[in-house]
Ligand binder design. Structure first.
Ligand code: TYD
Length: 236
């Protein structure tokens, strides 16, 4: 399924996607802290970057985020939940991600379509192929060239989350849900080894950082040759 839809992507999406990196993971994996540090480092060495988070990043998408994460929203039907995440994504791609890629930026996304595949697909039970198709429709087939998966035992991650404050609507799901998410991510990584790199996020922060940076720099080495002219426009 994934490969069939990928085959029909507009070629522009494929080319732009090389400068589009996503970061995925289970709750409390340290992803957000590491991605912020990565943005600082990439800017320091001369890349122009845009960092976005999902759901969010635009006026509309932030409003949808509030709805989705507020525990007061209560139980949401799986397809309604998927539609809201995808709507937030469609707006973010149209308003922020695509224009940034077209102007030569490197885009770092703290979560993207794989979150829907794993949370709404694998964990909520919507067929994964249908989630992928919806993602592709909403984003005109824009997929990341590299995805880094921060893998962590959900029990460890959720206890970190709880120590930071109260849990949001998704974090409040039972442990079993979060195990499905983790296994879903690992299965996805096994299915797409050319795109998805798995990082063991249980290691000390500096070790995770070192590996993250080397994975991303190795990917960026290939970007210059595949997207004609992009390196010149993104580096001084
Ligand atoms: P957030 O606080 O941004 O999570 P984190 O800091 O772990 O990245 O909350 C986003 C939540 O929404 C998170 O529990 C994952 C979930 N989610 C989905 O279920 N589907 C999606 O498509 C996306 C983007 C996120």
């Amino acid at each position: 399924m994934a490969d069939q839809t990928r085959g029909s992507e507009p070629s522009l999406a494929g080319t732009l996607g090389q400068r589009f990196l996503s970061f995925e993971g289970t709750e409390g994996s340290g992803k957000t802290t590491q991605v912020r540090r990565l943005q600082d480092e990439l800017e320091r060495i001369g890349w122009r970057t845009l960092l976005v988070r999902e759901p969010g990043g635009t006026e509309l998408s932030e409003r949808v985020r509030t709805l989705l994460l507020d525990p007061a929203t209560g139980v949401v039907a799986p397809w309604a939940e998927l539609a809201l995440y995808v709507a937030a994504r469609a707006q973010l791609v149209a308003e922020k991600i695509r224009p940034a890629l077209e102007s030569g930026h490197l885009v770092l996304a703290d979560r993207y379509g794989d979150s829907s595949v794993v949370y709404q697909g694998v964990a909520r039970g919507i067929p994964v192929g249908e989630v992928e198709q919806l993602n592709d429709w909403a984003t005109s087939g824009l997929r990341p060239g590299l995805t880094v998966l921060f893998d962590l035992d959900p029990e460890v991650g959720l206890s970190r989350v709880s120590s930071r404050g109260s849990r949001d609507r998704l974090e409040s799901e039972p442990l079993e849900f979060h195990h499905k998410v983790r296994n879903g991510y690992l299965a996805l990584a096994a299915r797409s080894p050319e795109r998805v790199r798995v990082l063991d996020a249980s290691r000390p922060e500096e070790e995770v950082w070192g590996e993250l940076l080397s994975i991303v720099l190795a990917h960026l080495e290939t970007v210059g040759s595949e997207t004609a002219g992009s390196k010149e426009t993104t580096r001084p």
